[in-house]
Design a protein around this ligand. Structure first.
Ligand SMILES: [Zn+2]
Length: 133
């Protein structure tokens, strides 16, 4: 295992779920999924989204009532099993990613009107270079 001090150039990398989201919306538009099936955000997620959600430019693809917000949850060995909701405005997401190589941050899109929710990205620290001793 690397010591944190020996790492330089730690950046975030991400796994993108844009294609999965597009397929989901397409299936909904074709009538293969009902609104109940995809607008099922848990009350805790709705609460986090109203308090800490970061408003996006895009409208909700399901109800088009308003803009979606993104919520960030950190998961890692030293964090609660259900994750910790982060406040992205203060740079908390980046701070978490740089603090521990085991941390992953899940970015979830939520609509506060119809409760549509979808995983957008998983962010994880990415080591560019390790200093030689
Ligand atoms: Zn909506």
């Amino acid at each position: 295992m690397f010591e944190k001090e020996s790492l330089k150039g730690v950046r975030e990398r991400s796994i993108d779920f844009v294609l999965a989201r597009r397929a989901l919306v397409r299936a909904y538009n074709r009538g293969e999924l009902t609104k109940d099936e995809i607008c099922d955000a848990h009350p805790d997620l709705i609460r986090a989204a109203s308090n800490l959600g970061v408003e996006q430019d895009s409208e909700c693809p399901i109800c088009a009532e308003g803009k979606v917000v993104n919520v960030y949850y950190a998961f890692g060995p030293k964090l609660p099993a259900h994750g910790r909701c982060l406040e992205n405005r203060s740079g908390e997401v980046e701070r978490y990613l740089l603090s521990d190589l085991e941390v992953k941050v899940y970015e979830v899109e939520v609509c506060l009107y119809c409760h549509f929710n979808h995983l957008i990205r998983i962010l994880a620290p990415f080591v560019l270079e390790v200093e030689s001793a």
